[in-house]
Design a protein around this ligand. Structure first.
Ligand code: AHG
Ligand code: MN
Ligand code: MN
Length: 364
C-alpha cells in the first residue's frame, strides 16, 4: 500500500475520538506524548554500545538497585526519565508511577494537573539489552479518582490501586528489528510500525486478533521444580505431544522479554506463563500487576485473547500495592481457559503446595 494511504497514529486516534463527540482530546494528546517517549527510547536503544547507556548504574556495589532489589541499568533509569520528561508537563496527568520509582511521582508545581494517571514499565526485558535482544516499554492509562481531579491534590499510592478493567488505554512499544507501538483505547487493538524516514508510527496491523488455539507455549522451565501442580500438569501434557492427552506436538519459546512474548502471541497465538510458584514465598509471582500484567492483559482481552492469574482474570483484581507481583498467564483463549480449569480441578488444585494452600496471604 502506498505510504500516503496508511493512517498515522495521530489519524487513528482522531478517528477513534470521533466515536465520542464529547471527548476533549486529552487522552489522544497524552498517548501521542507517550509515543514520543517511546520513539526517543527507540533511538537510544538503536545506538547500542555506541551510545553510553549500557552496563549497570554505578553504585556502592557496582550496580544501582530499584525498589524491588533488581539491578538498574542506565537504560532503565534513562527510559524512566524520558517517560517523565515527555509527560509531566502536558497538563493531562495527575501523577505517574513506574517500576523504577518507589513512590508515585507528583506533577511539578510549574505545570497544570490533569485527569489521568500514567503507569509504566519504561524498559521491559532489560536483561536483554546487553545481548541485542528485543526490549520494550509498557504503559497503562487510568483515570484519576474524581477527588484528585477536583482538588488537584498530590496523588498517593492508593489512587493507583484500580482494577485493570478500569484502564482507559494501554499498550506497549517493542524495540526489535523494527520499532512498533501496539495500542488499545478500548476498541480492539491496533499495531503501528515506526517509519524511520518519517519518524511516525504508521498503522500496519489494524484489528489484531489472537488466534484462540495454539501449539506454542512460553515458560521459564528452569523454575519447573517450584511450579504448582496445575502448571506442571499443563506443561507435562504439552511436552508429551502427540503421544499424550493433547494429541498434538507443541513448540516452546522463551525470550525473557515479556513484551516480545506478548507481541509474538498477538501475531500468531501462543500462551505465556510466569505463574505463581514456590521459589520465593515473599513473591507471589515474578511480574508486576500494575505496569506489566494489567496493560498486557487489556491488550490481550481486547484482541480476543485472555489474561489470568491462573485462577481468575487479571483485569478483575483489586491491586493492593503499587509494585504488587502476580502470577500471570496470557494468550490464546482456549489454552488460558484450560490452565484455569487445571487450577480449579480438585485433582491438581493446591496439592503439594501446603504453603499456598494454607496461607491466605498468597491467594488472589
Ligand atoms: P524487567 O526487565 O522490566 O524487570 O522485566 C523482565 C521480566 C519479563 O520481561 C520477562 O518475562 C521476565 O522478567 C524474565 O524472567 P526470567 O529472568 O525468569 O527469564
Ligand atoms: Mn518488565
Ligand atoms: Mn523494566
Amino acid at each position: 500500500m502506498p505510504l500516503s494511504n496508511r493512517w498515522t497514529l495521530t489519524r487513528y486516534l482522531i478517528e477513534e475520538r470521533r466515536r465520542f463527540p464529547t471527548a476533549g482530546g486529552d487522552l489522544n494528546a497524552l498517548i501521542l506524548d507517550v509515543s514520543l517517549a517511546c520513539k526517543a527510547i527507540a533511538r537510544i536503544v538503536a545506538f547500542g554500545s555506541l551510545g553510553d547507556s549500557l552496563g549497570a548504574v554505578a553504585g556502592p556495589q557496582g550496580g544501582g538497585l530499584n525498589v524491588q532489589g533488581e539491578v538498574q541499568k542506565p537504560l532503565d533509569v534513562l527510559s524512566n526519565e524520558i517517560f517523565i520528561r515527555m509527560n509531566e508537563w502536558n497538563g493531562h496527568l495527575a501523577g505517574l508511577a513506574s517500576e523504577e520509582m518507589d513512590e508515585p511521582r507528583q506533577i511539578p508545581g510549574a505545570y497544570p494537573r490533569g485527569k489521568y494517571l500514567l503507569v509504566f514499565d519504561p524498559l521491559d526485558g532489560s536483561s536483554n539489552i546487553d545481548v541485542n535482544v528485543s526490549v520494550g516499554s509498557i504503559f497503562s492509562i487510568l483515570r484519576a479518582p474524581q477527588d484528585v481531579i477536583d482538588s488537584g491534590r498530590d496523588v498517593t499510592e492508593a489512587d493507583f490501586l484500580q482494577p485493570g478493567a478500569t484502564q482507559v488505554a494501554a499498550g506497549y512499544a517493542l524495540y526489535g528489528p523494527v520499532t512498533m507501538l501496539v495500542l488499545t483505547v478500548g476498541n480492539g487493538v491496533a499495531g503501528f510500525t515506526l517509519n524511520p524516514n518519517l519518524g511516525e508510527f504508521v498503522l500496519s496491523h489494524p484489528n489484531i486478533q489472537v488466534p484462540p488455539d495454539t501449539t506454542e507455549f512460553a515458560i521459564n522451565s528452569s523454575n519447573a521444580r517450584f511450579w504448582e501442580p496445575p502448571v506442571k500438569r499443563y506443561v507435562d501434557e504439552c511436552l508429551a505431544g502427540r503421544t499424550g492427552p493433547r494429541g498434538r506436538d507443541f513448540n516452546m519459546r522463551w525470550i525473557a522479554s515479556m513484551v516480545a512474548e506478548a507481541h509474538r502471541i498477538l501475531m500468531r497465538g501462543g500462551v505465556f506463563m510466569y505463574p505463581r510458584d514456590t521459589k520465593d514465598p515473599a513473591k507471589p509471582g515474578r511480574l508486576r500487576l500494575l505496569y506489566e500484567a494489567n496493560p498486557v492483559g487489556m491488550v490481550m482481552e481486547q484482541a480476543g485473547g485472555r489474561a489470568s492469574t491462573g485462577r481468575q482474570p487479571v483485569l478483575g483484581l483489586k491491586p493492593t500495592a503499587l509494585h504488587q507481583r502476580i502470577g500471570l498467564v496470557f494468550g490464546s483463549k482456549n489454552e488460558v481457559e484450560r490452565i484455569e480449569r487445571y487450577h480449579h480441578d480438585p485433582a491438581t488444585r493446591d496439592s503439594g503446595t501446603p504453603l499456598f494452600a494454607e496461607r491466605s496471604l498468597f491467594r488472589d
